[in-house]
Design a protein around this ligand. Structure first.
Ligand SMILES: Nc1ncnc2c1ncn2[C@@H]1O[C@H](COP(=O)(O)OP(=O)(O)O)[C@@H](O)[C@H]1O
Ligand SMILES: [Mg+2]
Length: 350
């Protein structure tokens, strides 16, 4: 079976995607798949059909583990393309994707996560892992996804939506502190926790630098958990314990040792079971398929869903691979089961 692992693209998380996708590609090769790792943005200029075909291999490839810490702005990424063109799909990407039985979406953030790449693949009759365009778009939008949670009786932090045009007169229906998030953000970028009216105005202006719409939430004090759903089954939760501050960009990607991950978590079995039920219910309500991750807070008021993620991270230190490990599922088996689950779900005859 032939798989294209689609990586890189044009997002600030481009380098993380390239590195983790190389690991996914090798894991799938160890499982016997013929895999080609393809950079969505750079593509494969001037490759002939037989050269494209020759890129599929079940031999493991060397991985460059040096993730560059250069800030990947659009300008920096655009400059990587020799001909100066800026369309997201690089040369021959759709062609090689069409030669595969299924595409593994190894992108992170931005256009890999919001459903647009998935829509292009749909329109070209190319099968891929993970969720479709609509569920991806809904899950990426914190305002829309929280409205769907409310409609389905899923507890989430109280919130209001605010458009830039209405920012002058805001009346908050809850007390400080509040959390301000760009509606279509990720990786905690552009998020602010305002402790009082004085900092609120400046924080709001800063959040509007990232998006025309923001979500303002009541601050939830509680323990934080994350739970992956793979092929209709909720894995063991993982607890995220941040020793200083909150789970911001630095804690997610930089200062790894100040954050502790515990799986399976030290919580009553009944709470763990309820979290599994809510994770499955949220997954379904958001329209997700194949795999995804639901994030939670837990306190005396019960479980709150923070958000869903349609493309959970796949570095070996990411949350979902750690949860799988706790359930006795290796990294290779996790990748394999995602592919096999999707092949079955889509009824692909391979
Ligand atoms: N309402 C809230 N109260 C307290 N902390 C929050 C709240 N919402 C988010 N956080 C913290 O901020 C982090 C990032 O928020 P999240 O909504 O998951 O955005 P992102 O898409 O950037 O990951 C969460 O993992 C959590 O630690
Ligand atoms: Mg999050």
């Amino acid at each position: 079976m032939k798989i294209v692992v689609l990586a890189g693209g044009r997002s600030t998380e481009r380098n993380v995607s390239l590195s983790s996708s190389a690991k996914v590609a090798n894991a799938l090769r160890r499982k016997g798949y013929e895999v080609a790792l393809v950079d969505l943005f750079l593509g494969l200029p001037d490759a002939t059909d037989s050269q494209l075909n020759a890129l599929f291999t079940s031999e493991e490839q060397a991985i460059d583990l040096n993730i560059s810490d250069e800030i990947m702005t659009d300008d920096v990424i655009n400059a990587l393309r020799p001909d100066g063109s800026t369309q997201l799909f690089g040369p021959n990407v759709l062609k090689i994707a069409g030669l595969a039985d299924i595409v593994w979406i190894g992108l992170h953030g931005g256009d890999g996560e919001n459903g647009k790449v998935q829509a292009v693949l749909d329109l070209n009759n190319i099968a891929y892992t993970g969720s479709g365009p609509l569920a991806s778009g809904i899950t990426m939008d914190k305002s829309v996804s929280k409205q769907i949670m409310l409609y389905n009786g899923i507890q989430t932090a109280r919130f209001i939506n605010l458009n830039r045009a209405d920012a002058a007169n805001v009346t908050l229906p809850f007390e400080f502190p509040v959390v301000i998030k760009p509606a279509n953000g990720g990786s905690s970028v552009g998020m602010y926790i305002s402790k009082d009216e004085a900092s609120f105005k400046a924080d709001l202006a800063a959040a509007f630098e990232f998006d025309d719409d923001v979500v303002i939430e009541e601050y939830i004090k509680g323990r934080e958990f994350s739970m992956a759903v793979v092929n209709g089954r909720a894995l063991s939760a993982i607890e995220i314990i941040v020793n200083d501050g909150w789970y911001d960009f630095e804690h997610k990607f930089v200062s790894g040792n100040t954050t502790q991950f515990v799986t399976p978590p030290d919580i009553p079995e009944a709470v763990h079971d309820e979290m599994k039920q809510i994770a499955l219910k949220t997954f379904k309500a958001l329209g997700l398929s194949n795999y995804g991750r639901i994030d939670f807070f837990w306190n005396d008021n019960g479980l709150y869903v923070i958000e869903g993620n349609s493309l959970p991270g796949m570095t070996p230190l990411s949350l979902m691979p750690q949860e799988a490990e706790a359930d006795g599922i290796s990294y290779e088996d996790l990748c394999d089961s995602i592919v096999q689950g999707q092949v079955k779900q889509l009824g692909l005859s391979i």
